[in-house]
Design a protein around this ligand. Structure first.
Ligand code: B12
Ligand SMILES: *[C@@H]1O[C@H](CO)[C@@H](O)[C@H](O)[C@H]1NC(C)=O
Ligand SMILES: *[C@@H]1O[C@H](CO)[C@@H](O)[C@H](O)[C@H]1NC(C)=O
Ligand SMILES: *[C@@H]1O[C@H](CO)[C@@H](O)[C@H](O)[C@H]1NC(C)=O
Ligand SMILES: *[C@@H]1O[C@H](CO)[C@@H](O)[C@H](O)[C@H]1NC(C)=O
Ligand SMILES: *[C@@H]1O[C@H](CO)[C@@H](O)[C@H](O)[C@H]1NC(C)=O
Length: 442
C-alpha cells in the first residue's frame, strides 16, 4: 500500500479506502532512534502516519488545547502547521490558567513546552512572563504534603508521576521526597495500582535514579524499578503482548524502553505489544497521544533532549480527512438493540438506591445514547451530568448524586460484572448488554 522511503526521505502513503495521502519525511535516523531501539519496537510508517493524522486533526480542535497531543507530536518529530498552532495555544493557556490546573496537567504543559524547545520558566504571554516550573513545584509540594499526611495524593498518583518526571527532566529541584514516596507506593501499595499509574510513577524514578547522588535513594529506586519492569515483562508474556489493557500498554512500553538496565540481562521482545497496539487502530486522540511516543522508540524523559532545529524535524503536510475506519456500518445503523441499564448506590453516608430500566437504541450507538434514552424515559430517576475531558465525556453525577474528588467517589461503569475499559462516549453496548453505573470509591 505504500512505497519505501526514497533517497530524499519522502514517501507517499496511500491509506486503504481512504483518500488520504500524506507526505512524510521519515527523519527517524536523524532523531537518534535507530541503532538504540530494536527495529521491531517502532511501528510501521503507515501506522505512524495514521496516528500523526489523528493527532494533527485533534490539534486543530477549538477546545482546550491538549498538552499530551503536543508532547506526542514533538516526540514523533512532527513539525506540521497543526503542531505549531497547538504550541501557540498551549503557551497562551499556560500563561493564563496554570494556577488553576491540577499538578499533573501543569507537568504535561511543562513537558510539552520543553519538547517544543520553549523554556517553561519563561512562558511569554501578552507582555508578561509566567514561570510554569515554580507553579509546578508548589503544586507538587501540596501533593507530597497530602501523601505524607493521608497516604493519598491531592489528585492522582499518575499525576504525581508526571510531576516528578517534569521536575526531574527540567533539572529542577524539589522532587526527591516525592520520588521516595512513589517508590514506597510501588513497593507496598495501599491500594492496588493500575499499570498506567505504575508506568508513569516508575518512569519518573528512572530519571531520578540517574540524577540523585544519595546512595540509599538510588538503592531504593533500583529495587523498585527492577520489581516494576520485571512485573511488566511477566504481564506481557501472560497477556499476549498486552501490559494491562490496550490503553496502558503504550505507557508500560515507555517504562520498558527507559528502564532496560534494571531488567538486564533479561531481554525485552517488543514485537507483540507493538503489533497489539497497531492492530487495534486506536481512534481517540488521547489514546493515540499516550501510545505514539513508545511506538517511535521515545519516552516522556526524552522531552529535554530533542533536536528542535527545523531540519531535524519530520515535515508533514496538513492532513486531510482520516475518516475513522471503525464507523457504524449501514447495516448496523438500521437495527435496534436493547440494553439493560441499572444505577445503584450502596455507599455509606448517601441515600441507598437501585433503579433498572431497559432502553432501545440503534445498534452501534455509544453508551451515552443509552443514558440519554433512560433520562428521557424518566428524568427524575435517570438524570445525569457529564463533564468534557481529554478522554471524552465523563459522567460526574447520576440521580442527583455527584462524584467528589474530596471524598474520592466516582460513577464506575460495568457490563455485567466487568468494569468497562472505556467511557460512555466510546463504549458501544451490544444487544442484551447489562450495564451498571455504581457509585464507588477509588
Ligand atoms: C486516575 C484515573 C481515574 C480516576 C480519576 C480520579 C480523579 N478525579 O482524578 C477515576 C477512578 C475517577 C477514573 C474513572 C474512570 N476511568 Co480512569 N483513569 C485514571 C488514570 C489512571 C489517570 C488519569 C490522570 O490522573 N491523568 C493525569 C491528569 C493530569 O490528566 P487529566 O486529563 O486531568 O485526567 C483526568 C481524566 O483522565 C479524567 N478521567 C480519568 N479516567 C477517565 C475515564 C474517562 C472515560 C473519561 C472520559 C475521563 C477520565 O479524570 C482525570 C482527573 O480529572 C488513567 C490512565 C491513563 N492512561 O490516562 C485512567 C483512564 C483514563 N481511565 C479509564 C477508564 C476506562 C475509566 C472509567 C470509564 C472506568 C469505569 N469502568 O468506570 C471511569 C470513568 C467513568 C465515568 N464516570 O465516566 C481509561 C480510559 C480508556 C478510554 N479509552 O476511554 C484509562 C486510560 C485507564 C485504562 N488504561 O483503561 N479514572
Ligand atoms: C543523566 O543525567 C545527566 C545529568 O545529570 C544527563 O545529562 C543525562 O542525559 C541523563 N541520562 C539519562 C539516560 O537520562
Ligand atoms: C541495581 O542493584 C544491583 C544489586 O545491587 C546492581 O547489581 C545493579 O548494577 C544496580 N543497577 C543499576 C542500574 O544501578
Ligand atoms: C519476538 O517475538 C516474536 C513474536 O512472538 C517472534 O516471532 C520473534 O522471533 C521474537 N524475536 C526474538 C528476537 O526473540
Ligand atoms: C419516574 O419514576 C418514579 C418512580 O418510579 C415515578 O414516581 C415518576 O412518576 C416517574 N416519572 C415519569 C416522568 O415517568
Ligand atoms: C434486564 O433487567 C430485567 C429486570 O431487572 C431482568 O429481568 C433481565 O434478566 C435483565 N436482562 C439482562 C440481559 O441482564
Amino acid at each position: 500500500m505504500w512505497r519505501q522511503r526514497g533517497t530524499a526521505g519522502t514517501e507517499v502513503l496511500r491509506m486503504l479506502g481512504v483518500a488520504l495521502s500524506i507526505a512524510v519525511l521519515l527523519a527517524l535516523a536523524g532523531c537518534g532512534a535507530e541503532g538504540t531501539i530494536p527495529r521491531d519496537c517502532v511501528a510501521s510508517a503507515e501506522e505512524r502516519a495514521h496516528m500523526l493524522g489523528i493527532l494533527q486533526l485533534s490539534a486543530m480542535d477549538s477546545g482546550m488545547p491538549n498538552p499530551s497531543v503536543l508532547l506526542a507530536l514533538n516526540l514523533a518529530g512532527d513539525n506540521s502547521k497543526a503542531q505549531q498552532e497547538l504550541l501557540e495555544r498551549i503557551k497562551e493557556t499556560a500563561g493564563k490558567q496554570a494556577e488553576d490546573m491540577s499538578s499533573g496537567l501543569v507537568a504535561l504543559y511543562t513537558l510539552a513546552l520543553r519538547s517544543s524547545c520553549c523554556d517553561p520558566r519563561h512562558v511569554k504571554v501578552h507582555g508578561h512572563s509566567v514561570d510554569l516550573l515554580s507553579i509546578l513545584q508548589e503544586k507538587t509540594d501540596k501533593e507530597v504534603a497530602q501523601l505524607e499526611e493521608n497516604g493519598i495524593p491531592q489528585s492522582t498518583l499518575f499525576s504525581v508521576g508526571l510531576d516528578v518526571q517534569a521536575l526531574c527532566v527540567m533539572g529542577a529541584g524539589g522532587y526527591q521526597s516525592a520520588a521516595v514516596i512513589l517508590a514506597k507506593q510501588l513497593l507496598r501499595p495501599q491500594h492496588p495500582l493500575s499499570v498506567d499509574e505504575k508506568a508513569m510513577m516508575a518512569l519518573a524514578l528512572v530519571c531520578v535514579h540517574n540524577r540523585t547522588e544519595l546512595l540509599d535513594v538510588r538503592d531504593l529506586l533500583n529495587t523498585t524499578l527492577t520489581k516494576v519492569s520485571n512485573e511488566f515483562l511477566n504481564k506481557q508474556a501472560e497477556g499476549n503482548g498486552l501490559i494491562g489493557n490496550i490503553y496502558s500498554t503504550g505507557l508500560a512500553m515507555q517504562l520498558l524502553l527507559a528502564a532496560g538496565k534494571f531488567y538486564a540481562p533479561r531481554q525485552w521482545n517488543c514485537t507483540q505489544p507493538v503489533a497489539a497496539i497497531t492492530e487495534h487502530h486506536l481512534q481517540q486522540p488521547m489514546a493515540v497521544a499516550q501510545a505514539l511516543p513508545a511506538l517511535v522508540g521515545r519516552t516522556y524523559l526524552d522531552s529535554a533532549s530533542l533536536d528542535c532545529s527545523h531540519e531535524a524535524r519530520t515535515i508533514t503536510n496538513p492532513q486531510l480527512d482520516p475518516t475513522p475506519s471503525q464507523g457504524t456500518t449501514a447495516q448496523e445503523a438500521r437495527s435496534i438493540i436493547t440494553v439493560n441499564y441499572t444505577i445503584s448506590n450502596n455507599l455509606r453516608g448517601h441515600k441507598h438506591f437501585t433503579y433498572t430500566t431497559s432502553v432501545d437504541v440503534p445498534a452501534g450507538s455509544v453508551l451515552l445514547a443509552v443514558l440519554e434514552e433512560a433520562e428521557k424515559s424518566n428524568n427524575t430517576i435517570f438524570s445525569f451530568k457529564t463533564e468534557s475531558t481529554f478522554w471524552g465525556p465523563m459522567v460526574v453525577s447520576i440521580h442527583g448524586l455527584a462524584a467528589s474528588e474530596a471524598d474520592r467517589t466516582f460513577w464506575q461503569f460495568f457490563s455485567g460484572s466487568n468494569a468497562l475499559q472505556e467511557g460512555v462516549g466510546t463504549y458501544k453496548p451490544r444487544d442484551g448488554d447489562d450495564i451498571w453505573a455504581v457509585f464507588s470509591t477509588y
